[in-house]
Write a protein that binds this ligand. Structure first.
Ligand code: SAH
Length: 397
C-alpha cells in the first residue's frame, strides 16, 4: 500500500480546485516512508481521499498531484494516456503551422508535473524536473518509444531546479540516432531553423514564441527593424521573409550570432538584409539614441529578468529601461513588440511597466495586439502559473 499524507485543516481548498501543488506547510502527517518521487495518497484532515501525487521530501512543493481520480493507477498506461491526449491537443497547431518542432508535453498544464517533452523533427528532447517525473522516468520513456518508434530521445534534465528536488543534473542520449547528431532542422510556418538539442537553450529552442514571430512578420514589410536579444535570429527570419527592408539582430553571445547566421543561410536570406551586432542591448540602445539611429520597428525578447519574487522590482526596472530606450529609437508611428517571459511578472504589471516606459520616453504608445505563448504551451485553468509569456505590440506615435 502506498504511503498516506494527511493535510492540515483547510488546506484541501486548493486541491478541490485541482491545483496540483501541495506545499510542505499544508501537511500535517506522513504515514509510511515514501522514497523520493514515490506516489502517495493524500487525505484531508477528516480522512477524506483527495488526490495521489509524487512525494518530494526536499522541496517546498512537497507533493505534485498526478491524479484526482482515486481508482486511477500511476503506471505505464497512465503516462501513455496522458501523452496521447497531449498529442491530440496539438494536432490542430501542428497542421495549421506546418510544424516539425512543437512542445508535446507542457508539465502541469498537461497533467504531468515536472515533465517537458519537445519534438524537433526526428529528435525528442525532454526534461524531467520533478522527483515524481524522475521516479517514473522509465515509464515516461517507454511511452515515448511506443508513440514515436522512429524518433531518437535526448535528455536535457540539466536544469538547476532539479537540485531543489534532491536530484542530480543529467544530460545525454537516451536513444541515440545512428549518426549521433544532436542537430535537427525544424520547419515553422515558412522558415527553417536549426536546433541543437545538446547545446540549445532549454530543450534546444524557444518554441513558445512561434505566434509572436509570425506576428512580427505581419508588420515587417518595407521596415527597418532592430531585433534585440536575437539568439537564433528567428524573429528576423520571419521579418526578412515578409519583406523587411533591413533587420539588425543584437545579441551579447557570439555563439548565438553564429547560429543566427547559419539560420540565414538555411533560409537563403542575405547578410545585407539581416545584419548582426554583438553587443549588450542596454548599452547599444543608448549608443543608438545618442547617435540618432532610428528604426521603424523594435523587437524586445529578453531573457527572464525575475527568477524569484525578491528580483521582481529589479526586473521591472530592467524592463522599463529597455522599453523606454526602444520607444525613443522608434521613428514616428513606429511599432514595438515587447515581451516578458518572467512568470512572476503578471500581464497587468507588465503593461504598467510599458506604460511607465512610454511616460519616460515622452511618447504616446497604444497597444494594438496582445500576444502569449503558443497553443502547444497551453495554460490549464487550474494552474495559472502556466501563463508566463506575455507580449504587447504597440504603435508608438
Ligand atoms: N528572441 C530569441 C530568444 C531570446 S533568448 C529567439 O527568438 O530565438 C535571450 C537571448 O538574450 C540570449 O541569446 C542571450 O545571449 C541574450 N542576452 C542576454 N542578455 C543580453 C544583453 N544584456 N544584451 C544582449 N543580449 C543578451
Amino acid at each position: 500500500m502506498s504511503a498516506r499524507v494527511l493535510l492540515n485543516p483547510g488546506r484541501e481548498k486548493s486541491l478541490l480546485r485541482r491545483h496540483p501543488w501541495i506545499f510542505s506547510k499544508a501537511i500535517k502527517k506522513v504515514i509510511g516512508k515514501p522514497v523520493l518521487g514515490e506516489t502517495v495518497d493524500v487525505f484531508d484532515s477528516q480522512g477524506k481521499w483527495l488526490a495521489k501525487g509524487a512525494f518530494s521530501p526536499n522541496s517546498q512543493i512537497r507533493i505534485r498531484v498526478w491524479s484526482f481520480i482515486q481508482k486511477e493507477e500511476v503506471n505505464g498506461q497512465f503516462f501513455l494516456d496522458k501523452i496521447k491526449s497531449a498529442q491530440n491537443l496539438r494536432q490542430h497547431t501542428i497542421a495549421e503551422a506546418n510544424l516539425t518542432g512543437y512542445r508535446l508535453v507542457a508539465g502541469e498544464s498537461d497533467g504531468l508535473p515536472g515533465v517537458t517533452i519537445d519534438v524537433y523533427e526526428n529528435i525528442i528532447s525532454c526534461q524531467l524536473l520533478s522527483a515524481g517525473a524522475e521516479y517514473n522516468r522509465h515509464l515516461i520513456i517507454n511511452a515515448l518509444e511506443t508513440l514515436y518508434p522512429e524518433h531518437s530521445i535526448y535528455d536535457r534534465s540539466d536544469v538547476e531546479v532539479r537540485k531543489k528536488e534532491g536530484l542530480e543534473l543529467t544530460r545525454g542520449w537516451i536513444k541515440a540516432p545512428s549518426d549521433n547528431s544532436p542537430v535537427a532542422t525544424i520547419q515553422e510556418h515558412d522558415v527553417k531553423i536549426e536546433v541543437n538539442v545538446e547545446t540549445g537553450h532549454k530543450t534546444g529552442f524557444y518554441l513558445d514564441q512561434r505566434d509572436s514571430r509570425r506576428a512580427a512578420g505581419r508588420y515587417a514589410k518595407g521596415k527597418s527593424i532592430l531585433n534585440c536579444f536575437s539568439y537564433t535570429g528567428t524573429f528576423s527570419l520571419h521579418c526578412a521573409k515578409h519583406g523587411a527592408k533591413k533587420v539588425v539582430n543584437v545579441d551579447v553571445s557570439d555563439t548565438a550570432i553564429e547560429l543566427s547566421k547559419k539560420n540565414l543561410q538555411l533560409n537563403d536570406i542575405s547578410e545585407e538584409q539581416v545584419e548582426h551586432v554583438q553587443a549588450d542591448v542596454f548599452k547599444l540602445l543608448r549608443k543608438y539614441r545618442e547617435q540618432g539611429t532610428r528604426f521603424d520597428m523594435v523587437i524586445l525578447d529578453p531573457p527572464k529578468f525575475a527568477e524569484s519574487k525578491a528580483q521582481l522590482n529589479g526586473a521591472c526596472r530592467g524592463y522599463k529601461d529597455i522599453n523606454m530606450l526602444a520607444m525613443q529609437l522608434l521613428k514616428p508611428n513606429g511599432i514595438l513588440l515587447t515581451f516578458s517571459c518572467s512568470g512572476l511578472m503578471e500581464a497587468s504589471l507588465f503593461q504598467k511597466v510599458v506604460a511607465d516606459a512610454a511616460v519616460d520616453a515622452k511618447r504616446q504608445a497604444r497597444i494594438i495586439e496582445r500576444l502569449q505563448q503558443a497553443s502547444d504551451h497551453p495554460i490549464a485553468t487550474n494552474f495559472p502559473e502556466g501563463y508566463y509569456l506575455k507580449g504587447l505590440i504597440c504603435q508608438v506615435d
